[in-house]
Write a protein that binds this ligand. Structure first.
Ligand code: HEM
Length: 131
């Protein structure tokens, strides 16, 4: 959007709104399920990834400036507390990021956006470490 009189585009818009974020999350979990290098973090998840897909999708919508589906359902994200049941160290953080970076590439997230998005997600992922 170039018209300064209009609302500036949010990260949510630039990711293609709900449809774009759903595609990204679905690819992320497909890769986690398929690729042996993500077996470590795959094993932390439930056998069915359907609930995990929904939760990450709902969370990222709000996180990127779109509708706050996650908060509407579950209240404050308390993301670090919600991850405490899972052992997350450097290896798990790096698998999560690598899986997300591949998903971003594969679904074609705007190249100009990727470095900023990667940095922001890295900060969140690093904050989730509890080992
Ligand atoms: C650092 C590596 C990470 C690992 C190993 C990890 C792993 C997990 C696991 C095992 C779950 C439970 C899945 C389920 O309940 O179905 C989960 C939940 C979740 N994760 Fe992560 N996660 C990581 C980083 C992140 C990051 C960076 C974000 C956000 C950008 C995120 C967002 C979420 C959300 C929103 C939930 C649902 C929380 C709930 O409602 O209980 N995770 N994660």
């Amino acid at each position: 959007m170039t018209d300064a009189a209009q609302t500036p585009e949010t990260l949510f818009d630039r990711l293609g709104g709900e449809a774009g974020i759903r595609r990204l999350v679905d690819r992320f979990y497909d890769l986690m399920d398929l690729e042996p290098q993500y077996a470590g973090i795959r094993a932390l998840h439930p056998s069915s990834l359907e609930g995990s897909r929904d939760k990450l999708f709902w969370f990222l919508c709000g996180w990127s400036g779109g509708p706050d589906h996650f908060v509407q359902r579950f209240g404050h994200p308390r993301l670090r507390a919600r991850h405490l049941p899972y052992a997350i160290g450097i290896a798990e953080r790096d698998q999560w990021m690598s899986c997300m970076v591949s998903a971003m590439e594969e679904v074609g997230v705007d190249e100009d956006l990727r470095p900023r998005l990667t940095q922001a997600l890295f900060n969140t992922a690093d904050w989730m470490r509890n080992r």
